[in-house]
Design a protein around this ligand. Sequence first.
Ligand SMILES: C[S@@+](CC[C@H](N)C(=O)[O-])C[C@H]1O[C@@H](n2cnc3c(N)ncnc32)[C@H](O)[C@@H]1O
Length: 271
Amino acid sequence: MSGINSKIQELGSVEKTMLIPLWSRAEESMNGGLIDDQLSIDIINKIDTSLYGFNQMSRFVKNYLLTAIANRTILIDEYLDKIINKDSIVYNFGCGLDTRFARYMDKVKQWNDIDMPEVVDIRRSFATESEVYRMHSLSILAENPLYGLEIDKNCVVICEGLLMYFDESEVKGFLKKMIDATESGNMILETLGSWTKIKINPVIKGIGENSRYTWSLNNTKDCRKLDIRMEMVDSKTIFDLNKSRWGSMGTLMRSTYLNKRVSSKITLYRY
Ligand SMILES: C[S@@+](CC[C@H](N)C(=O)[O-])C[C@H]1O[C@@H](n2cnc3c(N)ncnc32)[C@H](O)[C@@H]1O
């Protein structure tokens, strides 16, 4: 595993952000928190996290981050539980070191974890492919982001912690290519409010990177502006659950005006 740390250090700025949700899921799980993700703990234990300043985070930022990541994990799992079946093919774009495949492999026909080649190379040290579980080196900006993958109309597309790093035309282009190729299916997208673009996220800054959020969506019902074939089924924000963890932030987010502009939303779309 010694080579893993140098491979991670060589990653690009957006690729390196995969450490943030991984560390958060592990930290939350280690302390008997809102989620129980032993695999994230096992993976993070093999990575030298001292290089990324996680321990220098303020209590406020740490609680915000851990609650946000745990809640988005729970919300995506809840949507998946509603829509998947033994015939489902899942495409998880920008998978990073996400561990959801371990929870869902037995419940679907095929789970595809997709990311940039350098990330998939690192991922291969922690996960093993099988008939059901596959890893692919593909970019959402590729001419065909599903190149070489089995295409299915009963598919589920997941984009967690991904689309906010692109611009609107890139997001639209990706959605169009996905919908053209698969024709029908479900999408679970994480989108951020517009105020999150104002400053570099302090946690991203904390790990020594400078990736900015460049795309936002305040109103998740506005999906038809992204692609006319998309229909919103349901949408929740990270502030909608485990409210005791949010403190004064939760009180502030009762304002719809603020919530739309600040929160991370997890939305289920059908097309
Ligand atoms: C914040 S991480 C999210 C990782 C994972 N979804 C999670 O929640 O743990 C962002 C991920 O997007 C990936 N990424 C960046 N550019 C990409 C692209 N063009 N196509 C696919 N994935 C990309 C990065 O490599 C990184 O793994």
